[in-house]
Design a protein around this ligand. Structure first.
Ligand SMILES: [Zn+2]
Length: 161
């Protein structure tokens, strides 16, 4: 039995913060993302996709942003925790895919690094993780460089049900 889930997240850009996307630190980026955690919008969207596929709620239920424990919490740790929740519910991760929307920072050279890091933290083969990047061509909040957004999908399977 196969099941799929969707995820979506957006964070505002903020000067003076490190930029983390898909568990990769963009050391040369002039801005980071605002958030209670490390604001890894890619990891967050993927977490919601995986939780959705297993019908386990959303990232905010499991890891409330009012909890001091999650201050600057890395996206990689959220992915590891969600992979465990999904496995504990009896599901195997078949694949994850996402589209990162960013005009503020060009991502094309880091897509492979993000996919590898995501696969590593989820404990899946790298060919099961995909990261794509696009821009909004100067339009909207993404285009004006105010936010970075990410849309994600995940498919999981369960034996014998
Ligand atoms: Zn988020």
């Amino acid at each position: 039995m196969y099941r799929s889930g969707l995820g979506w997240d957006v964070h505002e850009l903020e000067k003076g913060r490190g930029l983390y996307l898909g568990c990769v630190h963009f050391k040369d980026a002039p801005v980071g993302l605002k958030g209670h955690s490390d604001a890894d919008v890619v990891a967050h969207a993927l977490c919601d996709a995986l939780l959705g596929a297993a019908a386990l709620g959303d990232i905010g239920e499991h890891f409330p942003n009012t909890d001091a424990k999650y201050t600057n919490f890395p996206g990689s740790k959220f992915l590891e925790a969600v992979a465990k929740l999904v496995a504990d519910a009896g599901y195997k991760i078949e694949n994850v895919d996402c589209t990162v929307m960013s005009d503020a920072v060009r991502l094309e050279k880091k897509k492979g690094a993000m996919a590898s890091a995501i696969a590593w933290h989820l404990g899946i083969d790298v060919e099961r993780a995909s990261v794509k990047a696009t821009t909004w061509e100067g339009r909207g909040a993404v285009g004006r460089g105010e936010v970075i957004a990410c849309q994600a999908i995940a498919t999981v399977s369960k034996k014998g049900s």
